[in-house]
Structures are given as C-alpha cells and as structure tokens.
Design a protein. Sequence first.
Length: 95
Amino acid sequence: MVTTFSDVTTIKREAELFAQTQSLAQIGGWEYSFGDGALLWTAQLYAIFDLPGASGITLERMGKFFPSDARDQLLATIADVRRGATVERELRMTS
C-alpha cells in the first residue's frame, strides 16, 4: 500500500488570491482544449458576462461575445495554433 499526503494549504491560498485578483481587476481567463474542443472559463469570466457558472461554454457561444472582426481573428488564431504556429493576440470581447 502506498499513501501520499500533501499540504494543499498553499494551493488553496493561491487559488483564492487568483480569484480575488481577477475580481478586483475585472479580468477573467479561458483555456481551449485542441483535443476535444472544450473550453474552460474562470468563474470571473462567467461573472463578467453575467452567465451562471454552470452554464457551460462552447466556442460557438463564446464567439458571440466578440465583434465580428475579432471573432474572425480568434478562429484564425485557433487554426494557426493547430498548424503549430506560436501566436500571441489580444482580442476585444464585449459583454
């Protein structure tokens, strides 16, 4: 039998600090999984867009929060990264 214990106090404190920082700055984050196309939004991003945290988000639904030119750039960026490019872009979202 193997038993492993770890102190999660630091991880919990960092997560709380991250959540507080997002809330104060009114910023959120998201991550896109190329494997299955899943999106992960932070709780603050759901709050910014007045969406319930359990509502789930898809790329199509998220695209509606971008002006059309930025939405096109988002999709182009995803395509570029799929091809192996390293890309850094800032795109405007609207709530």
